[in-house]
Design a binder for this molecule. Structure first.
Ligand SMILES: Nc1ncnc2c1ncn2[C@@H]1O[C@H](COP(=O)(O)OP(=O)(O)OP(=O)(O)O)[C@@H](O)[C@H]1O
Ligand SMILES: [Mg+2]
Length: 235
């Protein structure tokens, strides 16, 4: 069963005992190792190009991290194609964009999800100038405030090679989780995107190889791989 538009909720909520959910728990553990060493609290999820699984990874890792007892805030900083509100079926009337224009406070925008310990800040209405808003002092203050209030802040962003937003966000976050779609990601584009992140001094903590079939697992890339695959459930 693939995730469908009719049932957008994270698979770790819909099918917590599935092998895929187990894979996301492995991703969580790997991220915990990196963050424990580096003390990282604010983590962003990105990839080279669209539709590689950024949002799926961010939402599922946020769910399993909250289930492990952390107080987690999942922020939708994809102000172009926001999806977090859709995955959790919550309102998107207020969110990051309304905080950044000072219309709402962080507290007014946080939504408690159905998962204990997991809180959401949806994107809010799509603004005309996302890059400018994410470059603002308000965004820096917003993230600082989030990091003060939560154990882990997980941030969903657009792809690195499409717009500058992810690079801008990466400068304000402690670590980057880079998602690769094993079925279609172009190796050169992935390298280009990681190089762009490193050029702005982002700390790439690891790579999630999404859509890997169990039997096709391979090791040996320059970065540590985290694994998550829903392919086994596809029908
Ligand atoms: N491992 C997986 N198995 C099956 N379907 C998946 C998997 N990962 C993601 N998908 C599906 O692929 C589509 C794109 O995934 P997702 O929205 O997570 O990607 P994205 O990188 O956030 O995309 P965008 O660049 O548009 O923000 C979604 O329909 C999602 O349900
Ligand atoms: Mg997305």
């Amino acid at each position: 069963m693939a995730l469908s538009n009719r049932n957008p909720q994270p698979i770790t909520i819909a099918q917590p005992k599935s092998p895929v959910s187990e894979a996301y728990r492995n991703v969580r553990t790997n991220i915990q190792f990196s963050t424990a060493v580096n003390g990282a609290r604010t983590l962003m999820f990105t990839s080279s190009v669209p539709e590689e699984g950024k949002t799926s990874t961010a939402t599922n890792v946020a769910v399993v991290s909250a289930q492990a007892g952390k107080r987690v805030l999942l922020v939708d900083a994809d102000l172009r194609k926001p999806q977090v509100h859709h995955r959790f079926q919550v309102s998107n009337l207020d969110g990051l964009s309304t905080v950044l224009i000072r219309e709402r406070s962080l507290e007014e925008c946080v939504i408690a999800s159905r998962v204990p310990n997991l809180f959401l800040v949806p994107s809010g209405p799509i603004p005309p100038n996302p890059s400018e808003m994410l470059s603002s002092r308000m965004f820096v203050d917003f993230l600082q405030h989030c990091a003060d209030e939560y154990d882990l802040v997980m941030i969903d962003t657009p792809p690195v090679l499409s717009v500058t937003d992810a690079l801008i966000v990466s400068r304000q976050t402690d670590g980057v989780v880079f998602v690769v779609n094993a079925l279609k990601t172009n190796r050169n584009l992935a390298r280009q995107a990681v190089a762009a992140l490193e050029q702005v001094n982002a700390r790439v903590l690891g790579v999630v190889l999404n859509r890997v079939q169990q039997r096709d697992r391979q090791y040996g890339y320059a970065y540590s791989y985290y694994y998550a695959s829903e392919e086994k459930l596809s029908m």
